[in-house]
Ligand binder design. Structure first.
Ligand SMILES: [Zn+2]
Length: 242
């Protein structure tokens, strides 16, 4: 049986039978992988504590009908994130989105990079500026959709193309619309909200080390939270109905 080795982030773990566990990883070389850990208790000494979310681990697994875990070596445990509930919740939300929106065994360097950068950004900055906890989840959510090629259209009315006075957002059309082309289900959207969303979808993490940039996004936090949650739901149902 062939053995493989790769760096991986733990996305999820679930017990299957008494001693068996199923881990879902996002791996650097193979993308998302569900890996069976038979008799987790037997190899507990070797594995436990290393596989708690969020963790960066070096895993070795055998590829059979279902991949089986052989070993996991912790590379980084993100101790600051694990100390408090709020950053931990953000990390869980990020892992859950990566789990739900990525396909198994399809490696995507962009998703790997986003997970890597977002977890490290949170770990390194959460004590310096606590508001990054709110920010990182919004950024991760927006960037994940961007990588999938599913970002909202924010430039001109999706119906007529006019670029001014697009004060509504249509979730059905996935873009802004002008008054004339708006329907009753559309959400109002302000210029500041559009600008903040544009930044989340298009800026690199580095650009957010500028506090004014971060502030601009967080001033619209409530709207953006609701917007991304609704937009992601629409995307998920599109994916399911494909
Ligand atoms: Zn229009």
């Amino acid at each position: 049986m062939e053995h493989y080795s790769t760096l991986a982030f733990v996305l999820k773990q679930e017990p299957i039978k008494e001693q068996d566990r199923n881990y879902t990883f996002y791996t650097q070389k193979f993308g998302k992988l569900a890996i069976l850990t038979p008799g987790a208790r037997k190899i507990k000494a070797k594995l436990s504590g290393h596989l708690e979310l969020p963790s960066l681990v070096q895993i070795e697994f055998a590829m059979s009908y279902k991949p089986r875990l052989i070993s996991a070596l912790e590379k980084f445990s993100f101790p600051e994130i694990k100390k408090k509930q709020k950053p931990l919740t953000a990390a869980f939300l990020m892992a859950d989105l990566a789990d739900k929106l990525s396909l198994e065994k399809q490696d995507d360097p962009e998703i790997w990079k986003l997970l890597f950068n977002s977890f490290y950004f949170l770990e390194e900055n959460l004590n310096k500026s606590p508001q990054v906890v709110d920010f990182i989840w919004l950024y991760f959510n927006a960037q994940f959709l961007e990588i999938l090629g599913l970002s909202p259209f924010l430039e001109g009315c999706t119906e007529c193309g006019r670029t001014i006075n697009n004060k509504f957002f249509s979730f059905e059309k996935k873009g802004v619309v002008c008054q004339q082309h708006s329907h009753k289900d559309d959400w109002p959207i302000s210029n500041n909200q559009k600008r903040a969303l544009n930044k989340l979808f298009n800026f690199s993490l580095k650009q957010f080390s500028d506090p004014s940039c971060l502030k601009e996004v967080l001033e619209e936090k409530k709207y953006i939270e609701k917007f991304l949650s609704k937009f992601t739901l629409v995307i998920k149902s599109d994916i399911i109905n494909l």
